[in-house]
Ligand binder design. Structure first.
Ligand SMILES: O=C(O)CCC(=O)C(=O)O
Ligand SMILES: [Fe+2]
Length: 284
């Protein structure tokens, strides 16, 4: 999905200057000369030893405001949008999902699934010298087959520790979809889709955020949390608490419905029934 040509998330030099210090300590995947170097330091005179990748950095407030007000991203895909139940969490339990990724060619993120069966959005908002990112993705339904394949290669999918080589991808017993993300492209990551990302060429700055739908809560409860318990992966999104607050909110809404037509959609009821079969039923 490509945003319009008027796309102009405040970025570039502004971001690098503004986030120089903020990015300190978030640079993973190696370094140009020392892990404590800020990404705005001039490293051009130093020999390159490793590549730095600034990941999961917290975005400036201006980015959140721009995304919600610019009118470029469909509201259903935005954080706190109509079907995002993360917005029902109390302030004290809210998680920040809006993150930036500041990379350059040959930096990467290993194969993984996004947290707790969430749906992901990732927007390329700044590039230098035609920098881009290559995404290798599977369907969400392939997750068990991907986990088995990685076990055979002696890796654990949920520990995000392995980048599949081209040969391994070629031999994989599931479909792999490849997309190049250029400036202005928004990548949508389906729940449980397994993916790895390899940056290419010049500097790239991406921003990403997650959404949890009622369906995603159900997926997390029944399919993801049992795996997290087994491999000791931190849950972060507090799925059961989120189910509780979503149920409270929907119960409040149902109490205000006087006619069956005002009830929430069939899909929502079916999903709520799955989560809590004893408490949710559609009655006149
Ligand atoms: O761009 C990257 O390196 C990783 C992004 C990612 O995995 C995501 O947005 O879900
Ligand atoms: Fe991801």
């Amino acid at each position: 999905m490509r945003a319009s040509s008027k796309f102009a998330l405040p970025g570039g030099v502004w971001l690098l200057n503004r986030l120089g210090n903020h990015a300190r300590g978030r640079l993973r995947t190696g370094s140009y000369h020392s892990a404590s170097t800020s990404c705005t330091d001039d490293c051009s005179h130093l020999p390159e030893k490793e590549r730095l990748y600034g990941k999961d950095g917290e975005c400036p407030q201006e980015w959140a405001e721009w995304l919600s007000s610019a009118g470029l991203i469909p509201s259903s895909l935005l954080f706190n949008g109509s079907d995002d139940v993360l917005k029902y969490m109390p302030e004290s339990a809210k998680v920040q999902t809006l993150m930036y990724y500041l990379g350059i060619g040959d930096t990467f993120t290993p194969f993984h699934k996004d947290l707790c069966g969430s749906s992901g959005q990732n927007l390329m908002c700044y590039t230098e010298e035609s920098g881009s990112s290559f995404w290798f993705m599977t369907e969400g339904s392939s997750a068990p087959a991907v986990a088995d394949y990685l076990h055979k290669l002696d890796h654990e999918l949920d520990l995000e520790s392995h980048v599949l080589t081209v040969e391994e991808l070629e031999k994989a017993p599931f479909d792999v979809y490849i997309a190049e993300q250029n400036l202005g492209d928004l990548i949508l990551v389906p729940s449980r889709s397994c993916h790895q990302v390899v940056n290419h060429g010049g500097v790239t700055v991406k921003t990403s955020w997650s959404r949890m739908t009622v369906d995603n809560l159900s997926t997390a409860l029944y399919h993801e949390l049992p795996i997290y318990r087994r491999v000791c992966r931190p849950e972060i999104y507090r799925v059961k608490t989120n189910i509780y607050y979503a149920l409270l909110q929907y119960t409040k809404e149902l109490e205000h419905c006087s006619k069956i037509e005002e009830y929430p959609s069939e899909t929502l009821l079916v999903a709520l029934q799955e989560i809590n079969p004893n408490q949710v039923s559609k009655q006149n």
